[in-house]
Design a binder for this molecule. Structure first.
Ligand SMILES: NC(=O)c1ccc[n+]([C@@H]2O[C@H](COP(=O)([O-])OP(=O)(O)OC[C@H]3O[C@@H](n4cnc5c(N)ncnc54)[C@H](O)[C@@H]3O)[C@@H](O)[C@H]2O)c1
Length: 363
C-alpha cells in the first residue's frame, strides 16, 4: 500500500550505506507515524528489528506507515506519550527507544505554549520515566538545532551556547536537558541528535505555515509563485530524511552514551538555490526576526564518534521530492497575504516589525 502514490523513498529502498548490523531488538518509536519517525521505522524494519510505534496522530498519519501494513514486526499504538502506564507496558530491558513525538511547528508554539510544553517537555519526562522504570537498553532523542538561535559561530559546534528564540526551541531544549539528566542520574544510555533542517518525502502537510519545502512544493503543484522569505540569500543546512533515520539507528546501536550530536549535511543551501532546483516564479515575504541568515552544522563529532555522515546531495534529495510531489496535493497553498496573517504572532512577539514589514511604534 502507498500513501496516495507516495512510495517508500527510492533512496531508502535502494541505498544500503546506512544498514547497521545488530541483533534484532524490540524498538519503540514515539512519533513513528510522523515524517521523520516513519523513516526511522522503515530503516529499523529493513534491518530486521521489531517496532512498536506510539503516536497520538496529532500531526502524524497512518498512511505514512501503510506500506508496512502486512509486516507482523510492526505494531502501531495510538495514544499520547503522556500516558506513562501505557508506555511502560510496551517497554522491556531490551527496548531501544526512539523518541520523536513532539509538536514541531514553530509559529503555533508562540500562540499555544502550554500545548508545546505538555507534549514536548512533560511528554519527554513521561518517556524517560517509562524507559527508566523498564531499564530500557537505550534512548535516542530528536533534539533540535533551533536551540542555537542565531549562532555566533558557523559551522556551529555542539558546544555553542543554547539560545532558544521561541517556545518550540525552548521546549525541545528542555527535553534534551531532561534526557541527558536521566542518562546521568539513572545510568540510562541516551543520545540526543540536534537535527538541522530535515527534508524529504512525507513531511508534514498540516494547515500550519512551516517548513520551506512543503510550502514550495504545494505552490509548485498549484502553479503559484514560491514565497521566498527576504531576499532568499539565507541558507540552511538541509539534511535528507533517510540520512537522519540512519543517524538515529547508529546512535541507538552504538556504545556511545550521554552525548549530543549535530545532524546535518554540512552543506548550507540558499533558498534561492532551492527555487532554482525546483524551477518556477518567485515572490517575496518579509524576513522574520529571530531567524538566522545561515545555519551550518559542525558535524565532526558525529562523524568521529558514530561514523555517520550525510550521503544524499541536495540535488538527489530535491529530485526525490519532486518525484513524490503528489503528497503535497492537499497541502495548503500559501500566498503572501496568508503568510502575513499566519506569522502575525511571530512578528508581534519576536520583532519590532509587523508582518507587513512596517516598523511598529512601541512607545
Ligand atoms: N523536521 C525537522 O526539520 C526537525 C528538525 C529538528 C527537530 N525535529 C524533531 O524531530 C521530531 C519529528 O519531527 P517531524 O518533522 O517528523 O514532525 P511530525 O509532526 O511529522 O512528527 C511528530 C509525530 O509525533 C506525534 N505526536 C505529537 N505529539 C504527540 C504526543 N503527545 N503523543 C504521541 N504522539 C505525538 C505526531 O502525531 C507526529 O506523528 C520532533 O521531535 C521534532 O521536534 C524535526
Amino acid at each position: 500500500m502507498t500513501d496516495r502514490g507516495v512510495s517508500p523513498s527510492a533512496l531508502t529502498a535502494t541505498h544500503t550505506a546506512h544498514n547497521v548490523s545488530a541483533a534484532p531488538s524490540p524498538c519503540l518509536v514515539t512519533g513513528g507515524a510522523g515524517f521523520i519517525g516513519s523513516h526511522v521505522v522503515d530503516l529499523l524494519l529493513a534491518n530486521g528489528h521489531s517496532v512498536t510505534v506510539v503516536d497520538n496522530l496529532s500531526t502524524g498519519r497512518l498512511e505514512n506507515l501503510a506500506h508496512h501494513a502486512a509486516n507482523p514486526r510492526l505494531r502501531v499504538e495510538r495514544f499520547d506519550i503522556n500516558d506513562t502506564d501505557r508506555l511502560a507496558a510496551l517497554m522491556s530491558e531490551q527496548t531501544r527507544v526512539f523518541h520523536l513525538a513532539a509538536l514541531a511547528d514553530i509559529v503555533p508554539s508562540i500562540e499555544r505554549p502550554a500545548d508545546y510544553f505538555h507534549a514536548n517537555v512533560d511528554g519527554t519526562f513521561s518517556v524517560m520515566e517509562a524507559a527508566r522504570r523498564a531499564g530500557a537498553a537505550n534512548v535516542v532523542y530528536a533534539a533540535s538545532s533551533s536551540c542555537y538561535g542565531i549562532a555566533d559561530t558557523t559551522p556551529t559546534p555542539e558546544t555553542a551556547p543554547a539560545r532558544p528564540m521561541y517556545p518550540y526551541a525552548l521546549t525541545k531544549y528542555l527535553g534534551e536537558q531532561l534526557v541527558i539528566h536521566w542518562g546521568q542520574v539513572y545510568k540510562l544510555p541516551v543520545t540526543c541528535l540536534r537535527l538541522f533542517n530535515v527534508y524529504g518525502p512525507r513531511s508534514r502537510t498540516t494547515g500550519t505555515y512551516g517548513a520551506v519545502f512543503g510550502v514550495f512544493l504545494a505552490q509548485k503543484l498549484a502553479g503559484k509563485p514560491f514565497t521566498v522569505v527576504g531576499d532568499g540569500t539565507q541558507s540552511r543546512d538541509f539534511v535528507f530524511v533517510t540520512d537522519v533515520a540512519a543517524a538515529f539507528v547508529r546512535a541507538a546501536f552504538s556504545s556511545v552514551s550521554g552525548e549530543v550530536f549535530n545532524v546535518a549535511a554540512n552543506a548550507p543551501v540558499s533558498v534561492n538555490r532551492l527555487t532554482e532546483l525546483l524551477g518556477g516564479p518567485v515572490t517575496h515575504v518579509p524576513k522574520r526576526p529571530g531567524e538566522p541568515d545561515v545555519t551550518h552544522a559542525d558535524v565532526a563529532k558525529i562523524h568521529a564518534q558514530l561514523g555517520w555522515q550525510a550521503t544524499v546531495s541536495i540535488e538527489q534529495g530535491v529530485a526525490e521530492l519532486v518525484a513524490n510531489i503528489e503528497h503535497w496535493r492537499s497541502a495548503p497553498v500559501w500566498t503572501v497575504d496568508a503568510i502575513a496573517d499566519a506569522t502575525k504572532a511571530w512578528f508581534q512577539f519576536l520583532g519590532t516589525e509587523t508582518a507587513t514589514g512596517r516598523v511598529e511604534d512601541h512607545t
